[in-house]
Design a protein around this ligand. Structure first.
Ligand SMILES: C[C@@]1(CC(=O)O)c2cc3[nH]c(cc4nc(cc5[nH]c(cc(n2)[C@H]1CCC(=O)O)[C@@](C)(CC(=O)O)[C@@H]5CCC(=O)O)C(CC(=O)O)=C4CCC(=O)O)c(CCC(=O)O)c3CC(=O)O
Ligand SMILES: NC(=O)C1=CN([C@@H]2O[C@H](COP(=O)(O)OP(=O)(O)OC[C@H]3O[C@@H](n4cnc5c(N)ncnc54)[C@H](O)[C@@H]3O)[C@@H](O)[C@H]2O)C=CC1
Length: 185
């Protein structure tokens, strides 16, 4: 499994199922600006409210092939393993699919994700122990400088400045390293 950063803005995402796990995936993807459609005969209250306010689409029905045809990413999050597996069998080779009850059936797994401004890290145990992934992420998060968001904005600006200067690659690298080292003092 290869961890990549994917721009989910305006991507079509179909979540099949409307329970606890569907909601967890929905929150994560909504935050990134994806266009969400939930397909499920029943959904929890939060999903109902989001649909009522037009923030997502809710198709109140059981899933069929047509529902997932246009999706960039599909989340099979029903509580019926047979349905989830059927969905996985319907996707074409260029679609992404996450199957929540048995990740290896799909081609996407969801790690534990932590975001502090521009700093993003994620921990995966390749499905071995989600709880350990959570605990590790908390340990790593506790090591992060509390001003990291502000600092990263500064580093970004400084780096852009250097990139538009006449300095050589070697000189730029040295200057960037010096700034990081100074901050550590
Ligand atoms: C493969 C994967 C799914 C995927 O890729 O979509 C997967 C699969 C499964 N999880 C199960 C159970 C639990 N999952 C959690 C929690 C989380 N699970 C997450 C990810 C992943 N879980 C992916 C692999 C991540 C990795 O590689 O480490 C986190 C990190 C991110 C997220 O889901 O948002 C999130 C942190 C929550 C937080 O931050 O609070 C808890 C604890 C809790 O809920 O507190 C439990 C109960 C304890 C236990 O069972 O371990 C079951 C059994 C279901 C059953 O028994 O029916 C399966 C299915 C299976 O293993 O077959
Ligand atoms: N990935 C993870 O971190 C975890 C995964 N799981 C797995 O996720 C599954 C779902 O868990 P919950 O969300 O808690 O279940 P839930 O019971 O709260 O929700 C299931 C949803 O699926 C819908 N559904 C059932 N048949 C359908 C169909 N044919 N078409 C469309 N929708 C249908 C139901 O209406 C309901 O909204 C569990 O069965 C479990 O295997 C459970 C815990 C953690």
């Amino acid at each position: 499994m290869l961890p990549l950063m994917i721009d989910m803005k305006n991507k079509q995402v179909v979540i099949v199922g409307g329970g606890k796990i569907a909601l967890r995936r929905l929150r994560l993807l909504k935050e990134e600006g994806a266009h969400l459609t939930v397909v499920s005969p029943q959904v929890n209250d939060e999903i109902k409210n989001l649909a009522a306010s037009g923030k997502i689409v809710w198709k109140k029905k059981e899933v069929c092939t047509e529902d997932i045809k246009q999706a960039f990413l599909i989340i099979a999050a029903t509580n019926d393993p047979n349905i989830n597996e059927w969905i996985a069998g319907q996707v074409s080779g260029h679609q992404l699919i996450n199957v929540v009850h048995k990740a290896e059936i799909g081609n996407v797994q969801v790690p534990k994700i932590v975001k502090k401004g521009k700093l993003i890290f994620s921990v995966s145990t390749s499905g071995a122990s989600p709880l350990l992934a959570k605990e590790f992420s908390e340990k790593f998060a506790s090591l992060i400088d509390k001003d990291i968001e502000k600092k990263l904005e500064e580093y970004h600006q400084y780096r852009e400045q250097l990139k538009s200067s006449n300095l050589s690659e070697e000189e730029r690298k040295k200057a960037l390293k010096q700034k990081l080292d100074l901050d550590k003092l």
